[in-house]
Design a protein around this ligand. Structure first.
Ligand code: SF4
Length: 427
């Protein structure tokens, strides 16, 4: 990116104008507007280089990064952001022109394309984790060479013993020393304690928001909920997340209470994995059939509260708690629980191209859910690369599935099992 563009992105006026535009845009809920404004602040801070920027991959505990006064940049989020702005095709082409195969995950190709074109805020270091995504550490090794910056990989074993916890906790403690060295920021236990507290507050408000999402009719469509992933991947431990989740929870509470006597959802879906971040007709098709994404596995709070007196063990436990880590039975159990809790009548898995960790268990998930009498659809697609989006095929598959759900509805309706106002037990 030319230096003039970098200067523009760091300037005051472009952000003032961008925020004016963001404030005037229409959002599904006010919390999404707050999220967009916070995102704009964060982007400006990256380009201004106010503090060192460390790039991370999903599930690296950003509490540690914020706790040291460093700014995290989660690469998956940045790929989703530029996809929403219609810029991904240019970056994908740049990566492919440098021999990054189109068989690789498009989140990664977009990030690499942007790095090759020098679009991104430059990192001082890169931190990836091995859990779930095999491609992420490899991408970071390549990026480290490209930018000439050091890379640290957190090795997360797929086992849940106290030894595994101690092993990851030791790496995190060591990571704090390493970050201090490569960024020049000192590690202060009080900084980390503050970040853990903010993370716990965010967790608590997200759980509260999720509680209202049990309501029927659903107060928040899943395609909007999946935009809050910015906070999930990059906001934990930061100042903004708790406030935005709080705003969301209060909005959903008001909606759930106001719609208590309204018509119920016809079909409530549980959504697995992420969504297309470009414009798509998928959501219109769902609503034409009276279907709503009532909940998504990525919005599920799967980790325990972080104890301030054992920060490393707590963060290690959080990393190890992810439901997709280890045997597929863990993910199946969580899916079953979410189907029950959110009154879902069917499950749709968005099959993002190139994502082994999510798609590898498709057949097993289908078998397990169908045994429970829960219809399941694997919907192949791509979250980022709209060039491969086979519109007709995707819509036809989804429409056929929705018609099958309709045919299974008992006469007189009432197939769903959601709560009327989200007042059930907590997440
Ligand atoms: S979608 Fe899958 S392959 Fe791509 S970054 Fe996420 S976990 Fe990795």
């Amino acid at each position: 990116m030319r230096d003039t563009w970098r200067r523009l992105l760091a300037g005051r006026w472009p952000y003032w104008l961008a925020k004016l535009y963001l404030k005037r845009r229409r959002y599904g809920c006010r919390a999404l507007c707050s999220l967009a404004l916070t995102g704009a602040d964060q982007v400006r801070a990256w380009y201004r280089g106010e503090r060192p920027v460390v790039w991370t991959t999903a599930f690296v505990p950003t509490e540690l990064i914020y706790g040291m006064g460093i700014m995290p940049l989660a690469v998956e989020v940045i790929a989703a952001l530029v996809t929403g702005m219609g810029l991904a095709p240019r970056l994908l082409s740049a990566a492919e022109a440098s021999w990054y195969s189109s068989d690789l995950c498009s989140f990664h190709r977009t990030v690499m394309g942007g790095a090759l074109l020098d679009w991104w805020p430059r990192p001082v270091a890169l931190v990836a984790s091995t859990h779930l995504c095999d491609g992420a550490p490899r991408l970071f090794h390549n990026l480290g060479r490209l930018y000439g910056v050091p890379v640290r990989i957190i090795d997360v074993p797929a086992e849940f013993s106290s030894e595994a916890r101690a092993y990851v906790a030791g790496q995190l403690r060591e990571l704090s020393r390493w970050l201090a060295e490569v960024t020049g920021r000192k590690f202060h236990p009080e900084g980390l304690a503050r970040a853990l507290d903010l993370s716990n507050q965010a967790r608590s408000w997200l759980m509260e928001a999720n509680r209202y999402r049990r309501s029927d009719p659903s107060p928040l469509p899943g395609q909007q909920a999946l935009d809050f992933l910015w906070l999930g991947f990059m906001g934990q431990g930061g100042e903004a997340a708790a406030g935005i989740y709080r705003q969301l929870a209060l909005e959903l509470k008001a909606r759930a209470e106001a719609s208590g006597t309204g018509p119920s959802d016809r079909h409530r879906l549980l959504w697995l994995h992420l969504k297309p971040y470009y414009r798509t007709e998928l959501w219109d098709l769902l609503s034409e059939h009276g279907a709503v994404v009532a909940f998504e596995e990525f919005s599920h709070v799967y980790w325990p509260e972080l104890a301030p007196d054992s920060p490393w063990t707590g963060l290690a436990q959080k990393m190890l708690s992810h439901f997709s880590l280890g045997p597929v039975e863990r993910r199946i159990e969580v899916i079953r629980q979410l189907v029950r809790d959110y009154g879902c009548t069917a499950v749709v898995q968005y099959g993002h191209w190139g994502c082994r960790q999510s798609n590898g268990s498709t057949g097993i998930l289908k078998e397990a859910l169908e045994k429970d009498g829960v219809p399941y659809l694997w919907l192949p697609g791509d979250c980022v690369d709209a060039r491969t989006y086979a519109v007709g095929q995707t819509l036809t598959r989804l429409a056929a599935f929705l018609e099958m759900l309709e045919a299974r509805r008992p006469p007189g309706g009432g197939a769903h099992r959601g709560e009327r106002n989200g007042s059930g037990s907590r997440d």
